[in-house]
Design a protein around this ligand. Structure first.
Ligand code: HDC
Length: 595
């Protein structure tokens, strides 16, 4: 690759702290490429003590010897106007400013005196500000300028014993951010260098092996390139060391909304509940400007608002009585001692059957017009809707009583020809705003298809799972009672389809059919008893498709296959051999097989 040599003829550069180390390298390289250089150095020690003209003079001499042009400046960078005045007096302009001067006053936070703090801040942060401010005026008039701020990994990551230095170095990043914005329209670019170099300041801090490899001369070309008119970076942070460089970005996670609805307050418990999402960086992105940050906040608010617009809310209260009635409704029995925990509130292990928590979402859907409104021609009532699929996921510890707030909305609508499928999604929160469960229900509206809608689900509709082809690992049978639907309906779903013979006829069934969620409850009990020792805390999620109707009194056979923590299952009617739940699985947190 051959490229024209990058030149700085006609440019005037001010390099602060140029008497040694990185600054010296910058000055030498710039001068060797035609720039006139102001070699600024107070000549003090690396802890900011004393002053001498020697350091700057030596470098000026070096430049002159190689045929370059340079003048020395012995001012403190805190007198930035004087530093820049040297450039104007000697060369009539200033095009490049490399804020490089720095000192160390390392102490642990407890031992850092106010003087240690102030001195470090004065030289690094205030000095860079003063020099930049003085130079900016000239750069603006000439419509050209290149400014470098020198930060440090100590600032970006912190470093023991460098509280003052870290703070100042991070301050320089902030300073550069704004200078970059203010200068952009006048072709004044400001970038940050994050160097790791062997210098007076890093001697004794870095391991010897690394120290020897960290030559300032390997960083100088990166910084000097950033100062060239051909470099279009503005507001970049560039880390460089040992002949390597990279751009460094701040990133921001996707974040989490801290309340279920716009009119809700943010509670401490809600924050705790979603904290893992707040701190999840797997979908982090870089933002280019402050407007993007506030823009994304507006988006969050808009989403909350539009969710609010389309969403329906319902409250759902429950206690021991509701839990026990539900357990009876899905066949729990006192004849099985392991079921006592679901039937007797004084049992030491009294707990909610996890699938009880499908009820808040279902009740909310049934009491609203969500499903009817989702279909273009409406035409949906209890005589033509069947429960098609159900997904339930437990998000937090389940209580045995409480008042839940459920928010639900239509998630997807599909045109299946023979019918329409409306998928709703509902989240239920406890009084403290803890998200307890997520539900997704598919409602099959018979005869409501052919409205020109799409056939396939959108992403996010929880798919069914294919069971292994081997013979089932285990099977459990439960005979339902003739009155199963009559009992189950007392848990809330009073759909006459399940009890009223003439209504069932109207819906196309010879006799009332069992609630889909009742068969789901039976199936979940089978999995819990086989693979979780009836420990509800091990239950995570369930997904089922209701593929055929069940009549009260029929015997259910649940075939199960265990694959890790997932138990695939299908449910059949023993009397007819017909499959009534398909593509189903339960995800457990841990398996306790008694096989
Ligand atoms: C607003 C208030 C909300 C109320 C909530 C519910 C209240 C409750 O009280 C109601 C109930 O509990 S009803 C009882 C439980 N459910 C059932 O008994 C339904 C059993 N399933 C069936 O009879 C058929 O599958 C049947 C009829 C659903 C579909 O059979 P077919 O018409 O023969 O369809 P098929 O040819 O097999 O497939 C056509 C396309 O539809 C998809 N599909 C099939 N079954 C589905 C189901 N259960 N859920 C979702 N989608 C289903 C098929 O995949 C196919 O789509 P594609 O061609 O894209 O594969």
């Amino acid at each position: 690759m051959s490229a024209a040599k990058l030149r700085f003829d006609g440019r005037v550069a001010v390099v602060t702290g140029a008497g040694a180390g990185l600054g010296r390298e910058y000055a030498l390289l710039l001068a060797s490429r035609g720039a006139k250089v102001v070699v600024n150095d107070l000549g003090g020690s690396h802890v900011g003590e004393g002053a001498s003209t020697r350091a700057a003079d030596v470098v000026v001499e070096e430049i002159r010897k190689m045929g370059g042009e340079a003048v020395a400046d012995y001012n403190s960078v805190i007198d930035g106007a004087k530093v820049i005045a040297t450039a104007i007096q000697a060369f009539g302009r200033v095009d490049i400013l490399i804020n490089n001067a720095g000192i160390l006053r390392d102490r642990s936070i407890i031992k850092t005196s106010e003087q240690d703090w102030n001195l470090v801040h004065d030289v690094h942060l205030k000095g860079s500000f003063k020099c930049t401010q003085a130079a900016f005026e000239h750069m603006k008039k000439q419509n050209f300028g290149r400014i470098i701020m020198t930060s440090s990994n100590s600032g970006i990551y912190g470093n023991f014993g460098q509280a003052n230095y870290s703070a100042a170095k991070m301050g320089l990043v902030g300073l550069a951010n704004t200078v970059a914005i203010e200068g952009a329209k006048n072709n004044i670019y400001c970038n940050v260098i994050i160097p790791t170099a062997a210098s007076r300041m890093t001697e004794g801090i870095l391991p010897d092996m690394l120290f020897n490899e960290l030559k300032p001369s390997l960083i100088a070309p990166v910084v000097v390139y950033l100062c060239h008119e051909s470099c279009e970076d503005n507001g970049s942070y560039i880390e460089s060391a040992a002949g390597w460089a990279t751009k460094v970005h701040t990133v921001r996670g996707k974040g989490a909304v801290l309340r279920p609805a716009l009119e809700e307050p943010v509670t401490l418990e809600y924050v705790q509940n979603v904290w893992s999402k707040v701190t999840d960086m797997s979908e982090a992105t870089h933002l280019n400007a402050i407007a993007e940050a506030s823009g994304s906040l507006l988006e969050v608010l808009e989403n909350l608002k539009s969710n609010d617009k389309d969403a329906v809310e319902d409250s759902f209260s429950f206690g021991n009585r509701e839990l026990i009635l539900y357990a009876l409704g899905i066949g729990a029995t006192t004849t099985n001692s392991k079921d006592m925990r679901f039937l007797y509130e004084n049992d030491a292990d009294f707990s909610a059957l996890p699938t009880f928590f499908v009820l808040p979402g279902l009740m909310m859907t049934m009491s609203s017009s969500l499903v009817a409104n989702a279909l273009p021609q409406g035409g949906v009532d209890l005589s033509n809707i069947l429960h098609g699929e159900q997904y339930l996921e437990i998000m937090d510890d389940l209580p045995t009583s409480g008042k839940l707030l459920t928010r639900g909305k239509v998630f997807d609508v599909m045109d299946k020809g023979s019918g329409a499928v409306v998928v709703t999604s509902c989240d239920s929160y406890d009084e403290n705003g803890r998200l307890l469960v997520k539900n997704q229900s598919s409602i099959f509206a018979v005869g409501a298809g052919r409205f020109g809608g799409k056939k396939n689900p959108i992403a996010g509709v929880v798919p069914l799972a294919v069971a292994p082809s081997r013979t089932p690992d285990s099977s459990v049978q439960y005979r339902t009672s003739e009155d199963q639907a009559a009992l189950y309906r007392l848990s809330g779903d009073l759909n006459p389809l399940h009890i009223d013979p003439s209504f069932a006829l109207m819906a196309g069934f010879k006799t009332p059919i069992l609630h889909g969620l009742c068969s789901l409850g039976y199936s979940m009990r089978a999995v819990l008893s086989q693979y979780a020792d009836n420990n509800t805390a091990l239950f995570k999620a369930i997904k089922v498709r209701f593929s055929g109707p069940v009549l009260p009194g029929q015997t259910l056979k649940i075939d199960m296959w265990r694959e890790g923590k997932r138990v695939h299952f299908r449910t059949l009617i023993v009397e007819t051999g017909k499959e009534v739940i398909s593509g189903a699985y339960v995800d457990l947190k841990e398996v306790k097989a008694k096989l």
